[in-house]
Design a protein around this ligand. Structure first.
Ligand code: G6P
Length: 369
């Protein structure tokens, strides 16, 4: 096993470090002459034209990638998109039919809950597309089409490189769908795909030691909260899930705007809160809303750790710690912002003496309902 880890302390550490490659491999061969063209979807334009609705279904970490996909598909392909946990989807009478595209996301392609949701969608006449990391797995075989993520085998139970590859595949799919539906105007996004791997590498290089040290200081912490807005919201959920999964610490992610409707009552002096801050360049409004949220929790004694774009000076006066990510398009920030949260969870679990690859009670792939 030591040899398979290639010198890394754990599979998770290796897989976190492999993210630039996982993302690059997922993009490779899918950009042609300044446009996203996914060869596997050749001749399948019918999947995307004449639909009124997209439902993305998944479990666990893949469901948070799905939430990022909702923003990307709505923005670029202009079709109403919802995310449904696979195990909730078919235990009611959902409104779906032949005008619905159901996208499933699964690293393993074998998660029973997700498989059953896909089968159910097909029976109801929906069109189905699978985003999967495992060639020839059951879910892609049961779907009309598949877009593979090329993250390589993921061994650690807590998903990392599969997650960033899933978001990448959804960004590609959103851009592909926008082109096929003739509504895509954002050409800058296509150009930006190429620089994503090196930006992830830069986060790994610049923030690994800083975030590890932070986690070491916080090894006795009993609860950590995560806040995000827009595509930072799913990243807040994922940051909390990573911590729960491998360090057994109570953690919760919230939409920052939801704070005042309840969660702010949890803030007491010393409570650590990670805040994913969107770039002010994309929306000064969204940025300023998140900065006010930071002020609100800081005034109540929270210990604020921000994940913000390099050069975002507005957050500095209110942050106890700042983790930087490089400048990137709005839809690309999640792939960068999640990296320090993965490192944090891993370092904290390690500081507590836990096995980060094999957390208690969890399985890599849940093949029962
Ligand atoms: C399990 C794993 C999670 C994973 C989820 C979905 O619960 O512990 O890490 O996110 O299944 O797995 P999938 O293979 O469908 O992406």
């Amino acid at each position: 096993a030591a040899a398979e880890k290639g010198g890394w302390a754990s599979f998770m550490a290796k897989e976190v470090a492999e993210q630039p490659e996982a993302v690059a491999n997922t993009i490779r061969g899918r950009v042609q002459d300044g446009e996203v063209v996914i060869p596997e979807l050749d001749g399948l334009d019918d999947l995307f034209v004449g639909i009124n609705r997209v439902i993305i279904t998944a479990c666990g970490t893949a469901s948070y990638a799905a939430l990022v996909g909702k923003y990307a598909i709505e923005q670029w392909a202009r079709v109403a998109t919802d995310v449904e946990l696979a195990h909730e989807f078919r235990y009611r009478d959902p409104v779906i039919g032949d005008d619905t595209l159901v996208i499933s996301i699964s690293q393993s392609g074998e998660t029973m809950d997700t498989l059953m949701a896909v089968k159910y969608a097909r029976e109801r006449g929906a069109r189905t597309l699978s985003i999967c990391n495992t060639q020839g797995a059951t879910i892609p075989r049961e779907s009309d089409a598949v877009v593979y993520t090329h993250a390589g085998p993921e061994v650690a139970v807590a998903s990392t490189k599969a997650f960033s590859a899933q978001i990448t595949a959804l960004l590609l799919l959103g851009l592909h769908m926008g082109r096929v539906r003739s509504v895509l105007t954002d050409t800058a996004a296509v150009a930006e795909l190429a620089s994503l791997p090196e930006k992830i590498a830069s986060v790994l290089e610049k923030e690994n030691d800083h975030v590890t040290q932070l986690a070491n200081w916080m090894a006795d912490t009993r609860s950590v909260l995560f806040l995000g807005r827009h595509v930072g919201y799913p990243i807040a959920l994922e940051g909390a899930l990573k911590l729960k999964e491998i360090s057994y610490i109570h953690a919760e992610g919230f939409a920052a705007g939801e704070l005042k409707h309840g969660p702010i009552a949890l803030i007491e002096p010393g409570q650590p809160v990670f805040v994913i801050v969107p770039s002010p360049r994309h929306s000064a409004l969204i940025h300023s809303k998140v900065v006010s949220n930071i002020q609100e929790i800081r005034a109540r004694g929270a210990r604020v750790i921000v994940v913000a774009e390099e050069g975002d000076a507005a957050v500095l006066p209110f942050a106890d710690e700042v983790i930087h990510i490089p400048l990137a398009g709005a839809m690309f920030e999640p792939v960068l912002a999640v990296v320090p949260l993965q490192i944090f969870a891993m370092a904290l679990a390690t500081a507590k003496g836990l096995d980060v690859d094999q957390p208690r009670n969890l399985a890599k792939s849940v093949t029962v309902e």
